[in-house]
Write a protein that binds this ligand. Structure first.
Ligand SMILES: Cc1ncc(COP(=O)(O)O)c(C=O)c1O
Length: 380
């Protein structure tokens, strides 16, 4: 039995079959990963926009190892090593006033919903069609896709869904009891959908008029992914609450929410055993240190992808890219993997590329060659 089959046999016998998978990745360095059979790939999935600094970046590995030798966990009952420094950095990056940590994007969403409710005294939320905010009971309530949400209803959070980009619909949906409007500045799971220019500004205006909070879910788009620290920074809009996760700590599990002045949890209103622990905070600080240096290059790298894939009209913002491929997407994903390139299918037949932010021009050119060739073969 080869090694991948060994993984498969254990998975099928002991793991709940919620995921679809057929490969085992066992090693990574920079933008490359290797599977259990020793095959090499350029990784344009990057743990779904998570491995921002590439796999096992030496500065991130060192930060985690150094901290692991000192203290792995201590609880939020105490001041936590690196937590304050990271909070300060995130406040600077986001332009918000204070942060709170979590272990994932979904938990950051839950925290944002709690914060919005407790500070506004309002109960309801408005979110957008095809939006994704997580799979906990709270975050699922504001996640649109009926197939993943409806089997778990009732979810206890009343949410109205409005078409992504539809400001008239939003005006009608927001009322005096709307605590917040939650929006991805670019929809990631939906397949890298970039909204019309005035959309985020329009949400801000509607929130200002109604007293509901604008909650920007930057879990996928944040931490430099789009060429700025936050996707919303491509506009002049300042949301009230921002969620981060995925790329924040290069794969060490972590999430965060950041909120403007006047919006904070008071004693006892929120908490977590693990969130903002010493290892996660040291990994995040090291990650930010790496991204700070490469941030100015990210838009150019995205442009290189855009030009390379021009024929297929890619939607590109920094290193977040989507191509409409329809039901051929799984075939394209498989064929690219056979040629040493990992890409992934987001919703609705949208091919998604979210490589490590450290991807080199040479690697981009190779990805472009393979993806173009495969699209040409499969789509035409
Ligand atoms: C925009 C957005 N929000 C929230 C989440 C949930 O994050 P997690 O899977 O870490 O719970 C995701 C995950 O894909 C996401 O893309």
């Amino acid at each position: 039995m080869d090694k991948t089959s060994q993984y498969k046999a254990l998975d099928e016998r002991y793991f709940m079959p919620a995921f679809t998978r057929d490969m085992a990745l066992v090693k990574g360095a920079g933008s490359k990963v290797w599977d259990a059979e020793g095959n090499e790939y350029i990784d344009c999935v990057a743990g779904i926009a998570v491995c921002s600094t590439g796999h096992c970046h030496p500065q991130v590995v060192k930060a985690i190892c150094d901290q692991a030798h000192e203290l792995i966990h201590c609880s939020n009952l105490y001041y936590v090593p690196h937590q304050g420094d990271l909070a300060k950095k995130l406040v600077e990056i986001t332009g918000m006033q204070k942060v709170f940590f979590s272990n994932s994007g979904a938990e950051a969403t839950d925290g944002a919903l709690k914060l919005a409710r407790v500070r506004t005294g309002k109960k309801k939320f408005v979110a957008f069609t095809h939006g994704f905010h997580g799979r906990t009971i709270g975050s699922l309530a504001v996640t649109h896709k009926p197939a993943i949400r409806e089997p778990f209803e009732p979810l206890g959070v009343k949410c109205t869904f409005v078409g992504y980009g539809d400001l008239d619909g939003l005006k009608k949906a927001v009322d005096a009891d709307t605590a917040g409007v939650i929006v991805e500045p670019i929809q990631g799971e939906a397949g890298v959908i970039i909204p019309p220019d005035n959309f985020l500004t329009g949400i801000r205006e509607i929130c200002d008029k109604t007293g509901s909070l604008m909650i920007a879910d930057e879990v996928q788009t944040g931490m430099g992914r789009t060429g700025k620290w936050l996707a919303i920074q491509h506009t002049t809009v300042q949301p009230d609450i921002i969620m981060l996760a995925k790329g924040i700590a290069s794969g060490f599990p972590m999430g965060a929410l950041a909120a403007r002045e006047g919006l904070e949890f008071k004693k006892g209103e929120h908490g977590s055993t693990f969130a903002g622990g010493p290892l996660a905070c040291s990994a995040a600080l090291a990650t930010i240190g790496v991204i700070e240096k490469i941030l100015p290059d990210i838009s150019g790298k995205g442009e290189r992808f855009r030009q390379g894939l021009e024929k297929y009209h890619p939607r590109v913002r920094g290193l977040m890219m989507g191509v409409t491929t329809g039901d051929k997407c799984p075939e394209i994903q498989k064929k690219c993997a056979e040629q040493g390139i990992l890409v992934n299918c987001a919703a609705d037949g949208n091919l998604r590329l979210v490589p490590p932010l450290v991807i080199t021009d040479e690697e981009i050119d190779r990805v472009v060659r393979v993806v173009n060739g495969t699209l040409g073969q499969v789509m035409l």
